[in-house]
Design a protein around this ligand. Structure first.
Ligand SMILES: [Mg+2]
Length: 232
């Protein structure tokens, strides 16, 4: 029986410690409108909500930056998309780290000849740099599908269709692993894939989302599952 794995990146294989939020904060300072996010933590929630809309494809980069400009009292066209991208890319080495066990898990799957790919919402140069930083070597070895190039964002079925195509196995042979019940688990199940919920940050599972095929609390559990039950 053929088996393949697709992975979410952020909070599944790597963390970026609020990189895009930090990019906005640094850009505001550069424009002479510094934000004190430590003293005013409401800013963190506000910026994260704005970035989630952008990352999941609901608003374009220009719209996100225009709303941020309004929030900091700058003119609507004060922020340049290319400058913000450059600020974010420059933050990768400082902020991006692998999740425990990510390297070992991918190495073990690849060693066993199991097809592996990454499907992530976001924009291509940044996601690729983050993956290269967290998992050196795998950025060249694995297909990496980023929503801006795929033309569809999770949880849309079209995003998972692209993953199935990249893995080259039947859809019901694909196990998609992610931390987000709505975008990862519900999206994968809705597209006919199997879904692994990576439950490691203490968030409750929403009652209105179908249960995952498998729940893990550490990536090494997936290594065991792959060896003993999923692809023995
Ligand atoms: Mg994630």
């Amino acid at each position: 029986m053929s088996v393949a794995f697709g992975f979410d990146f952020d909070h599944t294989l790597g963390v970026d410690n609020g990189l895009e939020r930090t990019g906005l904060v640094e850009y505001a300072a550069e424009l002479g409108r510094p934000l004190d996010v430590q003293r005013d933590p409401e800013w963190i929630a506000r910026l994260d909500a704005l970035l989630t809309e952008f990352r999941n494809g609901r608003i374009a980069r220009a719209e996100m930056l225009a709303r941020f400009a309004a929030a900091i009292g700058a003119p609507p066209d004060a922020l340049d998309g290319e400058r913000w991208k450059a600020i974010c890319i420059a933050l990768v080495d400082r902020l991006v780290r692998p999740v425990d066990g990510a390297h070992d898990l991918l190495a073990s799957l690849v060693d066993r000849g199991i097809p592996v790919a990454i499907l992530t919402n976001g924009w291509t140069p940044l996601q690729q740099r983050k993956i290269a930083r967290a998992l050196p070597g795998f950025d060249d070895a694995l297909p990496i599908l980023v929503s801006d190039v795929v033309g569809a964002s999770k949880p849309a079925a079209a995003a998972f269709e692209a993953l199935v195509g990249a893995l080259g196995v039947p859809r019901d042979a694909v196990w998609y692993v992610g931390d987000n019940p709505r975008t990862d688990v519900a999206g994968a199940l809705g597209a006919g894939l199997r879904a692994v919920w990576f439950d490691w940050e203490g968030h409750p599972y929403p009652g209105d989302v179908p249960p995952p095929t498998l729940r893990i609390a550490a990536l090494r559990e997936l290594e065991d599952a792959a060896e003993n039950t999923i692809a023995p």
